[in-house]
Write a protein that binds this ligand. Sequence first.
Ligand code: NAD
Length: 483
Amino acid sequence: MKVVEPELFIDGQFRRADGAEPVIEAATELLLGKGPSATLADVDDAVASAREALPDWKATPAVERAQLIERLADAVESRADHTNELCTREIGMPITMSRTYNSALPVAILRYYAGLAAKMDSEEFRPSLTGHTIVRREPVGVVGAIVPWNVPQVLGAAKMGPALAAGCTVVLKPAPETALDARVFGEAAAEAGLPPGVLNVIPGGDEAGAYLVRHPGIDKVAFTGSTEVGRQIAETCGRLMRPVTLELGGKSAAIVLDDADLDLTMRELRMLSFGNNGQICIANSRVLAPKSRYSEVVTALADMASSLVVGNPLDDDVDIGPLVSSRQQERVLGYIEAGKAEGARVVTGGGKPANHTRGWFVAPTVFADLDNSARIAREEIFGPVVSVIPYGSDSEAVDIANDSEFGLAGTVFSSDETRATEIARAVQTGTIGVNQYQPDIDAPFGGVKASGVGREFGPEGLAAYQTVKSIFRAGPPNSIGSE
Ligand code: NAD
């Protein structure tokens, strides 16, 4: 791979970073490169640049912003092969998945928000009994966007797309594990001709993230990451009265109804439970199975999990790559031991896979014979570990699904779509699927309870970067169209 110097993208230019951290390839444990790591002074510079760029960017007609975001999408797309491979090396995501999640989807997100910007109406007239109000949507200002390593390009695009479309300027802080692929956004911004300061990309550690959140030059924080860090950010933003969007962790349930087609269910759960080696926020890590079919579901899931090919994620035939880091591997292995200690039965997996002495691999693992009170059924593991929990009636399945601190995603499997949709309506979650699930960029995505506050994607995702002002005027709105 091409070795590049650790550089930050600030004020429209790359500049050498004073801080740098090694980025290690997940499958080989070899050095991939030195990733830039923003200092607090770099955060200051990036925020100052974004502030300076704000008035002009905000005043740029939305259709022109749309054209620039389209060009940004083109430039990201033209780097797809490079980005896909780099992300796979950084985080262990199988390359087949990387092609979607590290290029096709981020590009689609950017184009979607360019499309919304192109037809954006910033003012609406509402008549009242005594006059009328101009309801005006304005960009919220300078956005501090913080993302984790697990799907870095999608999460970066999901913040910069709507923020830039709304007329906000952005300081994006990717995680240290993905400090190398983050460079793509800076290169693309420069190639697209985004004015200096409109997008700044400063990978860095937790301290830089915390500083960005409380920085006086920031008007809104958009965060994706763990619930634990999300709570800290919510506290800071609460104190500062600073708008914040929080996309946090999950412990989503796949509810398998008694009439479900198990072949279809298992085909879907390959990705929903084990996609990106289980390192996805929407992971269906609890599978709720009817008592009448419990052993059938356990066997089908274990067969599917043990058929997944574990290996180097750059190989097209591989389903399960390594976890992102030794720390993540230790965490997941710790949960597996906790499950065993609580008396759950390991049906397949249960530790490191044989034949992988290098790389932070964990075997796809299925636990059975546990209930929803087990730690492994309650806490987010963020690895390829799934628990099968029995239930009696449909309403008990809903109660178990809802008996969780989290509420991010989920799926209901049934040969009766109407029945499954009724169950989906009753589950307390931000998103849920029937016989299939995927975040739809046209529809709001986000969580309830400890899974977060606010929504991304869809027009709701754009609204998250706007503030609404009402200007009341006496008399009829005779000036519609003339202002
Ligand atoms: P994390 O919370 O540890 O880190 C996420 C980001 O926040 C990183 O960039 C990190 O440097 C930064 N950070 C850490 N401490 C900070 C602080 N005090 N202030 C500001 N920034 C800080 O998360 P992680 O473990 O790296 O990522 C995995 C988590 O992300 C999982 O819980 C997963 O469910 C969640 N996630 C959620 C979604 C969603 O859309 N809901 C999507 C992807 C991942």
